[in-house]
Ligand binder design. Structure first.
Ligand code: GAR
Length: 205
């Protein structure tokens, strides 16, 4: 059985969607640990309600390098048996860039959700960026994490039409609903070993 580690920083609604879907659809993956870089992340309480172990590895006061911080994450993942051999790490609103060393160790086993159709609008405030640009469509992207920012092979995308009347809030809400479905689906595909990566392309089999 695969073991799942989820990294969060806040609300945790994508994490919740993943946990619900694993339970409901009997996906062959065990949620082993939820790690937050913030002690007050709301998602921690949700994870506990699901009976999932949680850890906080506070990043705010951390003085060391990115890799030194990530080693603490890897240590927690390893203690909960989320390993490069049988683990999946989901970044679910984890608002930190992870080090190339972490990416390398868990190559093609770390996935992320981004609230835009990559490669458009990477980085922060993706919904605001799409509105400001005047895009007519945006959406969300689930992708493998590589050492760039929001650049790894794309697993799934879902499209959301932007209305003339949209605000950042209304657009974010519609994108978030798609994120929940799309992230849960990507975790299922991974757990069923149906994603093959070849260069930049992640192919669903
Ligand atoms: C989500 O919209 C996610 O796509 C975004 O943060 C939000 C987290 O919400 N992530 C990024 O922007 C990463 N670049 P959640 O904590 O409720 O899942």
């Amino acid at each position: 059985m695969l073991n799942l580690g989820i990294l969060i920083s806040g609300r945790g609604s994508n994490m919740e969607a993943i946990l619900k879907s694993i339970k409901r659809n009997k996906i062959p993956i065990k949620p082993a640990i939820v790690i937050s870089n913030k002690a007050d992340a709301r998602g921690l309480k949700i994870a506990q309600k699901f009976g999932i172990k949680t850890e906080v590895i506070e990043s705010r006061e951390f003085k060391g390098s990115r890799w030194e911080y990530d080693k603490k994450i890897i240590d927690a993942l390893t203690r909960h048996k989320v390993t490069p051999q049988n683990g999946l790490v989901c970044l679910a609103g984890f608002m930190r860039i992870i080090s190339p060393e972490f990416v390398e160790r868990y190559r093609n086993r770390i996935i992320n959700i981004h609230p835009a159709l990559l490669p458009s609008f990477p980085g922060l405030d993706a919904q605001r960026q799409a509105l400001d640009y005047g895009a007519k469509y945006s959406g969300c992207t689930v992708h493998f994490v590589d050492s760039g920012v929001d650049t790894g092979p794309i697993i799934l995308q879902a499209v959301v039409k932007i209305k003339d009347s949209d605000t950042e809030e209304s657009l974010s809400k519609r994108i978030l609903a798609k994120e929940h479905q799309t992230y849960a689906k990507a975790v299922r595909l991974f757990a069923e070993k149906r994603i093959k990566v070849s260069g930049r392309r992640a192919v669903i089999i």
